[in-house]
Design a protein around this ligand. Structure first.
Ligand code: PEP
Ligand code: MG
Length: 586
């Protein structure tokens, strides 16, 4: 039995069987000899893997040429060229044929040697190809192992994926019928992979550091997404204990669910609007079932992450219309694509960005890829004829970005009007506040935007300079930091002054303590993952806004995050022990 711990990112408990997803980028394969008689068959295996990889790349090249242009698709040509290049193929084949090693070792050894040579080459063109060679190796290795996306789609029931790291795209592609949880070596609390896990209601633990080195395929595994514990090969006693816990968790869920039809209202009668964050339209029924009053954040980039071709205007439109139909008059806040950083774009780049979180992401990416942006704006406008749609731009850092977004929107409105297509000309246009610059300048933005939505996932990352996806600095990722609270206070103030609604749609809004602070700062709309709605509602119904105001006023004045956090938690434990697990005050 092995017990390890990581960062719990998606609540829930599961007992399942390990499926070890090999690290795609790894070039480390141990030397393994084969029987000399087996060499022809192994050569044939290599050939099949090579041809399958070329077929995949051909398809990728064709798709991306049509959608993104020849320049962007060039990367696949380099990979195809390498898979036909005798200077690469000859040594691999001869290692199998004459050296009698496995195709896996021959491939990884040859490509690693070449990558090392390229890395040391004085010409930067060679250096920039190092990652491509690694990708190529991982592609061939995954074909050789047969553990491709296709096999992942056919895993047995009750499978827990164990991987070094997962991209949001991989996670979004999981077959939820069979995959019941996942555990990774890397990752942080608010990484998009974690967010997708929440959306799919998959128990998940990330940042365990070395789970892949300890786990074996088929092993029994317990994933405790509540406190971050992972147990491999548990004994019968532990299995029985967790079976009990799973039952108890089901019961708690049922009792929290009973709140669904009650209003999210504080003890002093202030109503809080409780909305849901979605990545996929099919999350809406659950969101409504949990008592959500609409969608406060639709992460539309997932339309890109779950298909091999970028979505067309019709794909966008149908997705939004589908949401509106299910929402039956409740609001739908559509965020324009937030691609970049840990989502999507780096895989397409010939030269990945060095600092993608500080790179061409979100609204910046949309403003550069104007055709893609306009396609989405048109679809949103068309959908706005069918229900209460709001639109917001992600990661706005300066006013010019917001104005440009609005400018494109106006242009698309004019086009639609000329074509006689219906849309809502008074559609509300807001922005996410996710960078300190935007929070500090909130009073300027407030003159132009229709609403603010504070995205604490990024705001915390950029304020504290802590990568939200990096488990090594996860302990520094602390939303109840006076610096973060002061920024949110400034945004709330700016909104109040101009009578502009301010909401919060970061993960922290689902944390009862942070939700209390937001209410104290005057935020009256919270948008959280569907599964978090019941707990947040229970918290709201136990809080008094005046008390929250006093708590946050004090918390904001401390010199350190440690003091703020411990003060806030101690106070809340005394005031609302039923939510914060403290002893009732006398
Ligand atoms: C945020 O940054 O808080 C947010 C809601 O956006 P995302 O998590 O998609 O970056
Ligand atoms: Mg964000």
């Amino acid at each position: 039995m092995i017990r390890t711990a990581g960062i719990p990112v998606s609540k829930g408990l599961v007992i399942g069987k390990v499926y070890l997803l090999e690290e795609e980028r790894s070039l480390r394969v141990g030397r393994q000899q084969i029987n000399p008689d087996d060499a022809p068959a192994q050569l044939e295996r290599f050939e099949l893997a090579r041809r399958a990889a070329i077929a995949d790349l051909d398809a990728l090249h064709e798709e991306s040429t049509g959608e993104m242009g020849e320049e962007a698709a060039k990367i696949f040509l380099f990979h195809i060229g390498a898979l036909n290049d005798p200077t690469i193929l000859k040594p691999i084949r001869s290692m199998i044929e004459d050296g009698h090693v496995t195709p896996e070792y021959a491939t990884s050894h040859t490509l690693k040697k070449l990558a090392d040579r390229f890395a040391k080459h004085p010409d930067s063109t060679f250096q920039s190809k190092v990652d491509d060679l690694r990708d190529l190796a991982s592609r061939l290795l995954s074909k050789l192992s047969g553990k491709s996306a296709a096999t992942l789609a056919r895993v047995a029931d009750n499978t827990v994926i164990v991987a070094r790291d997962l991209t949001p795209t991989q996670t979004a592609g999981f077959n939820r019928k069979h995959i019941t949880g996942f555990v990774t070596d890397l990752g942080g609390r608010t990484s998009h992979t974690a967010i997708v896990a929440g959306a799919l209601s998959l128990p998940a633990v990330v940042g365990t550091k070395d789970i892949t080195a300890r786990a074996r395929d088929g092993q029994t595994i317990i994933v405790d997404g509540i406190n971050g514990t992972v147990i491999l090969d548990p004994d019968e006693k532990l299995i029985a204990l967790y079976q009990e816990r799973i039952k108890a968790a089901e019961q708690t869920k049922i009792s929290l669910h009973e709140l669904a039809s009650l209003p999210a209202i504080t003890t002093d009668g202030i109503e809080i609007e409780l909305l849901g964050n979605i990545e996929f339209a099919n999350e809406i029924p659950m969101l409504l079932n949990e008592g959500g009053q609409g969608v406060g954040l639709f992460r539309t980039e997932f339309l890109y992450l779950t298909r091999s071709n970028p979505p067309t205007e019709e794909d966008h439109y149908q997705a939004y219309k589908n949401c509106l139909d299910m929402l039956e008059g409740k609001p739908l806040t559509i965020r324009t694509v937030d691609l970049g950083a840990d989502k999507y774009t780096q895989l397409q780049e010939e030269t990945p960005e060095r600092n993608p979180f500080l790179g061409l992401r979100s609204i910046r990416y949309s403003l550069v890829n104007q055709q893609m942006f306009r396609t989405q704006l048109r679809a949103i406008l068309r959908a706005s004829a069918h229900g209460p749609v709001k639109i917001m731009f992600p990661l706005v850092t300066n006013i010019a970005e917001f104005r440009s977004g609005r400018y494109f929107l106006n242009e698309e409105m004019e086009e639609l009007a000329e074509e006689g297509v219906k849309y809502n000309p008074n559609i509300e246009v807001g922005m996410m506040v996710e960078v300190p610059a935007a929070a500090l300048m909130a009073s300027s933005f407030a003159r132009e935007v229709d609403f603010f939505s504070v995205g604490t996932n990024d705001l915390v990352q950029y304020t504290l300079a802590v990568d939200r996806t990096n488990e090594r600095v996860a302990s520094l990722y602390t939303p109840i930091h006076p610096a973060v609270l002061r920024l949110v206070r400034d945004v709330a103030r700016a909104g109040r002054k101009r009578d502009i609604p301010v909401s919060c749609c970061g993960q922290s809004a689902a944390d009862p303590a942070f939700a209390a602070l937001l209410i104290g700062l005057g935020v009256r709309t919270l948008s959280v993952t569907a599964s978090s709605i019941p707990l947040v509602k229970r918290t709201i119904r136990a809080l008094d806004t005046k008390r929250c105001e006093r708590i946050v006023k004090r918390a904001i004045g401390f010199d350190s995050e440690a003091e703020s956090s411990s003060y806030v938690l101690n106070r809340l434990k005394k005031i609302v022990p039923e939510v914060f697990g403290g002893r009732p005050a006398n």
